[in-house]
Design a protein around this ligand. Structure first.
Ligand code: NAP
Length: 343
């Protein structure tokens, strides 16, 4: 790779954002079945907020390079890889490793980014877009005219989910801090302040017959309200435990508790459904199906962007070297959309 050098961000342990380290090294070479991506955009996800606290349910041992997803150009292809991939802009979901100037990925895991979509734009839609699309269309299977409740409607996942739902003709009630309410109203969302008053009571006023789906990344005790707000035939999609980010103790237990609840609710005869959505479900056991689904769904999300159904919401763009500022900003609760990191 000529004179280029590898630059990556290392999370050495449980640290404040300023404790992240920059490491320099040699650019790797693509092995059989792999491509080397020169990163153009990666980003801060909620997962990294949890990982730096040692609270992501499935994180590797320290030290490691975080970075849930990335967009970049293929600059090297390994043996057995279609050589035409070289020079193509692609997106990849990697869970860790994205915060680097160059990233090795299995060729089967990359999804081409259509012409006309910028790297930072695309980056806002990788993990967020896949998660939002699959929860909306594969789990809840929403239909036009239905009403849904989206918690954290201004967040990375929430903002994409809300827009996809509106494009599908769905009525949306969204929880968010008050400062985001005007922006939500402009998108046709009925906002509810989750920091003030009784959210469940307010949602019942707005949807007396219950809602057709609830998307809940907050977890904790509030998940019971989310379940009770469902109309007959409705679907609860639980997909996170944001409320326990700053807790001590087991990082798996809050998720296991949610899984247990959801399993029980789903098993009991009550004409409602409950799921825990995990973007990685099927990855280990049915890799080909997992990859095909991811490719199809992310392609749909990019098409929705090209149609103007959704907009890419870039909260800020900062170089990798300013990762501490990027993480602080993402955690500040003041931004809307995705904090993007660039080389
Ligand atoms: N299961 C999976 O496969 C999967 C995949 C991707 C993401 N996730 C989960 O999705 C969630 C969102 O991720 P993200 O990257 O979109 O995060 P993000 O951009 O930081 O957004 C988080 C959002 O949560 C809101 N929020 C925080 N506490 C809340 C509460 N108690 N009630 C309602 N809203 C609350 C924030 O609202 P304010 O700004 O108004 O405070 C913000 O909009 C995370 O919990 C993450 O773990 C799960």
């Amino acid at each position: 790779m000529g004179t280029e050098e590898l630059v990556e961000v290392v999370l050495p342990g449980k640290v404040e954002p300023e404790g992240l380290r920059i490491r320099h090294g040699q650019v790797p070479v693509a092995g059989p079945g792999q491509v080397l991506i020169r990163m153009e955009a990666t980003g801060v996800s909620f997962a990294e907020q949890q990982m730096r606290r040692g609270r992501y349910y499935d994180q590797p041992a320290f030290p490691f390079v975080p970075g849930y997803d990335l967009v970049g150009t293929v600059v090297d292809t390994g043996a057995g890889v279609e050589p035409g991939l070289a020079g193509v802009r692609v997106a990849a979901l990697v869970k860790v490793g994205g915060w680097a100037s160059h990233v090795l990925v299995d060729a089967a895991d990359v999804v081409p980014v259509p012409d006309g979509i910028g790297a930072a734009q695309a980056e806002t839609l990788v993990v967020n877009g896949i998660t939002a699309w699959q929860m909306l269309h594969r789990k809840a299977r929403v239909r036009a005219g239905q009403t849904i409740l989206v918690h954290g409607a201004n967040g990375g996942v929430g903002s994409v989910l809300v827009q996809l739902a509106r494009a599908a003709g769905v009525h949306v009630i969204g929880t968010a801090s008050a400062r985001h309410h005007d922006a939500l109203r402009a998108q046709g969302v009925v906002p509810v302040d989750y920091r003030a008053g009784d959210v469940a009571a307010r949602v019942r006023e707005l949807a007396p017959g219950g809602v057709d789906a609830v998307f809940d990344h907050v977890g904790g005790r509030g998940i019971v309200d989310s379940w009770r707000l469902l109309a007959p035939g409705g679907t609860l999609v639980s997909y996170g435990s944001a409320s326990t980010r700053d807790d001590e103790g087991s990082k798996q237990w809050p998720v296991l508790k949610l899984l247990g609840r959801v399993w029980l609710w789903n098993a009991l005869p009550n004409r409602r459904h409950a799921y825990f959505y995990n973007a990685w479900a099927g990855h280990a056991l049915a890799k080909d199906r997992f990859r095909a689904r991811l490719r199809a769904d992310l392609t749909q999300v990019f098409a929705a962007l090209q149609r103007g159904d959704i907009t890419a919401r870039i909260a800020a763009q900062l170089p990798l070297a300013r990762v501490a500022d990027a993480l602080r900003l993402a955690e500040s609760g003041t931004v809307a959309g995705k904090v993007v990191l660039t080389p």
